[in-house]
Design a protein around this ligand. Structure first.
Ligand code: PBG
Length: 328
C-alpha cells in the first residue's frame, strides 16, 4: 500500500539548501584526468576539428597547458603522442628521445605537482595505424607485448608517474609490471584499459592522434560492444597480472560495466569519457539543441554515480571551472 500522504519525496527537493544536503554524488576535482595530445615542433596549437576546445600541442605549449591544468587543481593528465616518424614497428613509441619521452621530461623539469600518466600503445606510432606488429593483416600478440613493455619502461625512465596500457593485447599488464620492476620502477602504478570496447565513439580521437588504421579495424583485440561477462574476465585477469587501477572505456554507454566492475572487484576504478562522447555534447551544444554545460555535468555525474572513482574527460578544465563557480 502506498505510504502517501505520510511520505512525500518532494520534501527533500523543497529548496536548494535541502537539495545540496541530500545530494548523493558530487563531482570533485580529484575525479578528473585531462587527456592531452603532443606533437613535434614548437609554438604549435592545432585545433582538432571534431573536438572543439581540444588542441594538438607542441612541447612548449604543452608545458604551458599543464601549468594551467595544475593551477585549476586538476590532479592528473594523460599524454598521447604524435611522432615525428611512423614505421611498421612503431619505433618512436619506445625511443628514449620519442615525442612522449621528451614531453614528460619537459613537464617534469618545470612542474612537480601534476600526475603524468602516459598512454602505452603502438597505434599512434605505426605506419599502418594498428596497435601492434603485423604479420600480413594479423596483429601479433606476444611480439607486440614485448614492445609495449619496452615503451612503458622508456616512459618511466622519462619520469612518467603512472603507465596506462590501452592496446588490449593479452598478457601485457604482467609483462609491463615485470619490465618496470626489473628496471627498479616498483613504485610506478599501472592503470590498465581493462575493459576497452571496439567502439564507434573513438572516431574523433583518431583525428586528434592521427591513428586511424590504414585497413581493417580493432575488433580482433578490443572487446565486442555486446559483452559484459567478458569484460569482467578481462578485468579479473588484469588485476591478477598486477593492475593497480582498472578502467572501463568508453564510459557513458557502458555505465552498467562500470557499476559491475566496481561492485565485483572493489578496485580503484576509472572510466574514460571518450572523444565521441565529448564531440556529441559539443556539437549539440553548439547548435543550441542541448544546454552544453548542463549535459556535461549530467554525463560526468552519471559516470561517478555508476561507480567510477576517477574519469578521463576532455571537459576536465570546464568541470573544474564549474566546480570553482558553483561551490561555496
Ligand atoms: C589507443 C587509444 C585510443 C583511445 C585512447 N587510447 C583509440 C583507439 O583505441 O582507437 C581513444 C580515446 C578517445 O576516443 O577519446 N592508443
Amino acid at each position: 500500500m502506498s505510504q502517501f500522504p505520510t511520505i512525500r519525496h518532494r520534501r527533500l527537493r523543497y529548496n536548494p539548501i535541502i537539495r545540496d544536503m541530500v545530494r548523493e554524488t558530487e563531482l570533485m576535482k580529484n575525479d578528473l584526468i585531462y587527456p592531452l595530445f603532443v606533437v613535434p615542433g614548437s609554438n604549435i596549437r592545432n585545433a582538432v576539428k571534431s573536438m572543439p576546445g581540444v588542441f594538438q600541442l607542441s612541447i612548449d605549449k604543452l608545458v604551458e597547458e599543464c601549468k594551467e591544468v595544475r593551477d585549476l587543481r586538476i590532479p592528473a593528465i594523460i599524454l598521447f603522442g604524435i611522432p615525428e616518424h611512423k614505421d611498421e614497428k612503431g619505433s618512436e613509441a619506445y625511443d628514449p628521445n620519442g615525442i612522449i619521452q621528451r614531453a614528460v621530461r619537459a613537464i617534469k623539469a618545470e612542474i612537480n605537482d601534476l600526475l603524468v600518466i602516459t598512454d602505452v600503445c603502438l597505434c599512434e606510432y605505426t605506419s599502418h595505424g594498428h596497435c601492434g606488429l603485423l604479420s600480413g593483416e594479423e596483429i601479433l600478440n606476444d611480439e607486440t607485448v614485448s614492445l609495449l613493455a619496452k615503451e612503458a619502461v622508456s616512459h618511466a625512465e622519462a619520469g612518467a608517474d603512472m603507465i596506462a596500457p590501452s592496446d588490449m593485447m593479452d598478457g601485457r599488464v604482467a609483462a609491463i609490471r615485470k619490465a618496470l620492476d626489473y628496471k627498479g620502477f616498483t613504485k610506478i602504478p599501472i592503470m590498465s584499459y581493462a575493459a576497452k570496447y571496439s567502439s564507434g565513439f573513438y572516431g574523433p580521437f583518431r583525428d586528434a592522434a592521427e591513428s586511424t588504421p590504414a585497413f581493417g579495424d580493432r575488433r580482433s583485440h578490443q572487446m565486442d560492444i555486446a559483452n559484459i561477462n567478458e569484460a569482467l574476465r578481462e578485468v579479473e585477469e588484469d588485476i591478477k597480472e598486477g593492475a593497480d587501477i582498472v578502467m572501463v572505456k568508453p564510459a557513458g554507454a557502458y555505465l552498467d560495466v562500470i557499476r559491475e566492475v566496481k561492485q565485483r572487484f572493489g578496485m580503484p576504478t576509472a572510466a574514460y569519457q571518450v572523444s565521441g562522447e565529448y564531440a556529441m555534447i559539443k556539437a549539440a551544444g553548439a547548435n543550441g539543441w542541448i544546454d552544453e554545460e548542463r549535459v556535461m555535468i549530467e554525463a560526468a555525474t552519471a559516470i561517478k554515480r555508476a561507480g567510477a572513482d576517477m574519469f578521463f574527460t576532455y571537459f576536465a578544465k570546464d568541470i573544474a571551472k564549474w566546480i570553482d563557480r558553483t561551490r561555496k
